[in-house]
Design a binder for this molecule. Structure first.
Ligand SMILES: C[S@@+](CC[C@H](N)C(=O)[O-])C[C@H]1O[C@@H](n2cnc3c(N)ncnc32)[C@H](O)[C@@H]1O
Length: 288
């Protein structure tokens, strides 16, 4: 079969499996499978694929039809114009999370401080920490995750994108491996409520790590843990920035306000108009 026919046939298979972007998926997967880019496919659309190539590509098509995300099949995902290796140990970084990176970079305290200290909780692929390091060469960045597998992926992504790793990676539950104080604490924690899990698309539900998604009965477990503890690890006037899920803005605002630990509580929407980022500044001048 020629390349053009392979694309056609894969796109039809994906359409019949209910995948939302069948043609794009077919092109991206075939290009990656052949180690080329999509332009190469169009230029060589008349080229015959060998039997082993056809067999190998069919396996990918079948996996995609089962819902396996394109990013896991091709093994990488772009975030903040950088390339991140991804596999089933880490959440695939989402474009909306770039807003969280933007907000961290806009924090006034960060821009005033030379060599600012940034702590990321739950780094996954390292997308946030590595993107921040790529923008602030002077930053002292610490990134944690409870999953050793995720940290291995994150460290590889730091090496790949930053050359020498300027990020300290620590394994453990939230703040447990962390010492010192920081200008900014940032986290995109798990925030899916248990009862919403079955309603997620199968791409997410069946393939992405549950540990990266689930956050108790109401999806609030991590906010309930992070918000009261963060000030102990923030410098006076330091900032906490959190990605939040759809419908969680009021609940997170209540947690931040009722804690009495923060001022300047604010939220930012994503480009789809959903509240996406919460930010708040540590109150008072003493630690804790
Ligand atoms: C929603 S993912 C975010 C990954 C990445 N920061 C991103 O934005 O793409 C949440 C991450 O938190 C980690 N995690 C879950 N429970 C944790 C805990 N108790 N302590 C530290 N990290 C945790 C997961 O392993 C996962 O990598």
């Amino acid at each position: 079969m020629k390349i053009a026919q392979q694309i056609e046939s894969a796109a039809e298979a994906f359409l019949s499996s209910g995948l939302p972007t069948p043609r794009l998926d077919a092109e991206v997967l075939l290009a990656s499978f052949l180690g080329k880019d999509r332009t190469w496919l169009f230029v060589h659309s008349d080229r015959d694929m060998s039997d082993p190539e056809t067999e190998g590509f069919r396996t990918w098509v079948a996996r995609r039809q089962q819902g396996e995300p394109v990013a896991y099949l091709v093994g990488h995902k772009e975030f903040w114009s950088l390339e991140f290796a991804v596999d089933s140990r880490v959440l695939i970084p989402r474009p909306d999370t770039e807003i969280l990176v933007e907000e961290v970079l806009n924090v006034p305290a960060l821009n005033r401080a030379p060599c600012p200290g940034i702590l990321e909780l739950g780094t996954g692929s390292g997308a946030i920490a590595v993107s921040l390091a790529s923008e602030r060469a002077d930053a002292r960045i610490t990134a944690t995750d409870i999953s050793p597998g995720a940290l291995a992926v994150a460290a590889a992504n730091a090496a790949r994108n930053l050359g020498n790793s300027r990020i300290q990676f620590l394994q453990g539950d939230l703040f447990s491996p962390v010492q010192g104080d920081f200008d900014v604490i940032v986290s995109n924690p798990p925030y899916i409520a248990v009862e919403d899990f079955s309603r997620l698309s199968r791409e997410i539900r069946d393939f992405e790590p549950r540990q990266a998604l689930l956050a108790g009965r109401e999806g609030m477990d991590f906010y309930s843990d992070i918000i009261p503890q963060a000030p102990r690890y923030l410098k006076p006037g330091g900032w906490l920035l959190l990605e939040i899920g759809d419908g969680q803005q009021q609940l997170v605002e209540d947690l931040l306000s009722r804690s009495g630990l923060y001022r300047e509580v604010a939220f930012r929407k994503d480009y789809a108009g959903r509240w996406r980022v919460a930010k708040a500044r540590k109150r008072g001048s003493k630690r804790g």
